[in-house]
Design a protein around this ligand. Structure first.
Ligand code: ATP
Ligand code: MG
Length: 244
């Protein structure tokens, strides 16, 4: 049973089915890759699961117990779900440190009541910023960071949500190898701590290296699933990529 499952999840824009009756299962302690050519529905799928867009049909099942046909963005964290964005959603005018502290205090209302005045937040912020090599940049405004540094900060913010299910939408795109390693290490740690980690990724080397399980989307439909090794040699998967 997955920590999060979709059942016939559907989303259309006008007449076009961006996500078409998709059944997925994201399991604890596994990295699941969501791959497919540009425009195949990967980001839309994440948007509907995380309340950024209403679902057109179908449901999302959390921990085999709650079945939802609607998810409001403000409730997503309370279901143990977090995500990064393909295009960074940092608060550009805020410092690196404040971007991180903001997540820590907003994470949940009761948590923030008890934690706000402790050193707890600062310690957690320092810890993650050191891990991603941005502690020295803590007073810089987010807008002054490099593209790669912003992506790292975006990942740090997701990690601090302490979720059960993490969606990473192309976290490695355009990053240098050193930064890629930092993010892979973080994803493996989340997996080893029992989270369900979902990775949208176009680099198949990274998918082979990181993913335990893989779903391939094409035109909003799941066309293959299995280990990266199994799916990447399937003729229909190769064709889906070549066709674009
Ligand atoms: N807000 C929107 N309004 C209308 N159509 C949209 C919208 N968002 C996405 N689409 C369409 O839905 C389909 C799926 O897009 P989506 O961004 O989910 O693909 P993707 O798999 O994430 O692609 P990429 O790999 O390029 O990020 C595409 O045909 C896209 O044009
Ligand atoms: Mg996308």
């Amino acid at each position: 049973m997955g920590l999060l499952e979709t059942r016939k999840l559907t989303k259309s824009f006008g007449g076009a089915q961006a996500v078409d009756h998709v059944d997925l299962s994201f399991e604890a302690g596994k990295i699941t890759a969501l791959i497919g050519p540009n425009g195949s529905g990967k980001t839309t799928l994440i948007h509907t699961i995380t309340g950024m867009m209403p679902m057109g049909g179908g449901t999302v099942v959390i921990s085999d117990s709650i079945e939802l046909s609607k998810i409001a963005a403000q409730d997503v964290a309370s279901y143990g779900i977090t995500r990064t964005f393909q295009n960074s959603r940092l608060i550009q005018q805020m410092s690196v440190l404040d971007n991180v502290l903001f997540v820590l205090t907003e994470r949940n209302f009761f948590g923030s009541l008890f934690e706000r005045h402790g050193t707890f937040h600062l310690d957690a912020a320092e810890d993650i910023l050191k891990k991603i090599g941005l502690w020295e940049k803590r007073d810089e405004k987010a807008e002054n960071l490099s593209y790669g540094q912003r992506k790292l900060l975006e990942v740090a913010r997701a990690v601090l949500m302490k979720a059960n299910v993490y969606f990473f939408d192309e976290p490695f795109a355009g990053l240098f190898p050193e930064m890629r390693k930092t993010i892979s290490d973080i994803m493996r740690k989340l997996k080893n701590a029992g989270a369900a980690v979902v990775l949208v990724e176009h680099d198949m080397e990274l998918v082979r290296e990181l993913a335990d399980h893989c779903y391939v989307l094409d035109s909003g439909k799941v066309i293959a699933e299995g280990t990266p090794e199994q799916v990447l040699k399937q003729a229909n998967v190769v064709e889906a990529y070549l066709g674009k």
